[in-house]
Design a protein around this ligand. Structure first.
Ligand code: EPU
Length: 338
């Protein structure tokens, strides 16, 4: 366990926003977390869990004790007739784990390639891309409860996964730290190719039965073409959730804007493409100070160099207002605002 005082968080958030943590503790095991909880000084402070920092917007310094999760480890823990169960430390880099499972011959995560962040953050927002969400590949996880100091195992039901949502963003926010995640990779492998961008790749290449490695390569190509690499341009992925409206609301909007990109959901609601709504309001390429709207994908806000959290927030509010003004839809931010 390693404790730093007045630590800069700029290197630890993918947006590259400046902020200081009064205390930052690197934890490499459940036992490390318990030491923090039992510590007479740190134990009393509220806790803030930091994974890869790829889904946060820092608008101020953090007074809470920041736990930087660096718990490692990857192993196959069980092989069943219908699945491989792989256990991974919360501090592992998500994309590296995706690549590793493929190399090991346990496909199933390829649609989730290149999502920034750590394994421990994946269940928090139920990461998803190209037709697959974490919940579709989830077995269970371990967490340390900040109140009791005990390690607890949670199955999928208790995690209450929703679209970019889980119990860790709601009732359990600030109350625990995820230390290990177990992934369930179904056997036999079946590709998930229903997403429009992947259908386009199949048509372009003439490959109708791609391998998992091929899907992985396509997903990497698609993401690189429209999403900025946080190592080069600071960002936190999609800044807003795609709003879900009733069929009636959608009909009304289509009546006014026939072009609107929308996807009917199995439960009768309709998901609208927030990127399209923002784009339609003319935001692509616009900026507030050094915070801007990415030129190739209006759903992503970027740091053009030296942005501060307040600029990101001002830009986000202006976008919300203009989308509300034109479409009557309230966009909800996707990253956690601090
Ligand atoms: N669109 C525009 N203009 C834009 C951006 C998008 O017209 O500036 C249109 C696109 O043409 C497309 C539609 O909006 O028809 C949807 O865009 P896209 O397929 O790029 O997906 P998305 O809705 O923008 C979501 C996820 C991404 C995920 C992709 C692929 C959310 C909030 N975002 O993006 O997740 O990678 O689908 O599955 O659900 C993330 O959460 O950080 C993230 C990147």
């Amino acid at each position: 366990m390693h404790i730093e005082r007045q630590a800069s968080l700029k290197p630890y958030n993918s947006f590259g926003l400046p902020a200081t943590a009064s205390t930052l503790v690197r934890v490499a095991s459940d036992a490390n977390v318990r030491r923090v909880i039992d510590d007479p000084e740190l134990g009393r402070q509220p806790k803030f869990v930091l994974g890869g920092g790829s889904n946060i917007v820092l608008t101020r310094d953090v007074e809470a004790c920041v736990l930087k999760v660096e718990i490692k480890g990857r192993q196959l823990v069980e092989e069943r007739d219908n699945a491989w169960i792989v256990e991974v430390g919360a501090g592992e880099t998500w994309h590296d784990v995706v690549a590793w499972t493929l190399q090991q011959g346990w496909p199933g995560l390829e649609n989730l390639a290149l999502i920034p962040g750590t394994v421990g953050a994946a269940p928090v927002q139920n990461i998803g891309a190209y037709g697959i969400e974490l919940k579709d590949r989830f077995e269970s996880l371990d967490l340390v409860d900040f109140t009791t100091g005990r390690t607890v195992r949670l199955a999928a039901g208790a995690c209450r996964f929703g679209y970019r949502d889980s119990v860790f963003k709601q009732d359990l926010a600030g109350k625990c730290v995820i230390t290990r995640v177990r992934l369930r990779l179904p056997k036999p492998w079946q590709p998930a190719l229903g997403y429009l961008d992947l259908e386009r790749k199949m048509a372009e290449t003439g490959i109708s039965a791609p391998s998992a490695q091929q899907v992985f390569d396509w997903v990497c190509q698609i993401r690189r073409a429209k999403l900025p690499d946080p190592a080069v341009i600071g960002n936190a992925g999609s800044f807003f959730k795609n709003p879900v409206v009733t069929e009636e609301q959608c009909r009304d909007i289509i009546g006014r804007d026939p072009e609107i990109v929308h996807y009917p959901m199995p439960d009768g609601t309709v998901k609208l493409a927030a990127g399209w709504l923002i784009d339609a309001c003319g935001w692509k390429g616009k900026s507030v100070g050094q915070a801007g709207v990415y030129e190739k994908q209006a759903l992503v806000l970027v740091n053009r160099g030296g942005a501060i959290g307040a600029e990101v927030v001002t830009l986000a509010r202006a976008i919300q207002e203009s989308v509300y003004g034109r479409f009557g839809i309230r966009l909800e931010p996707e990253p956690v605002m601090v």
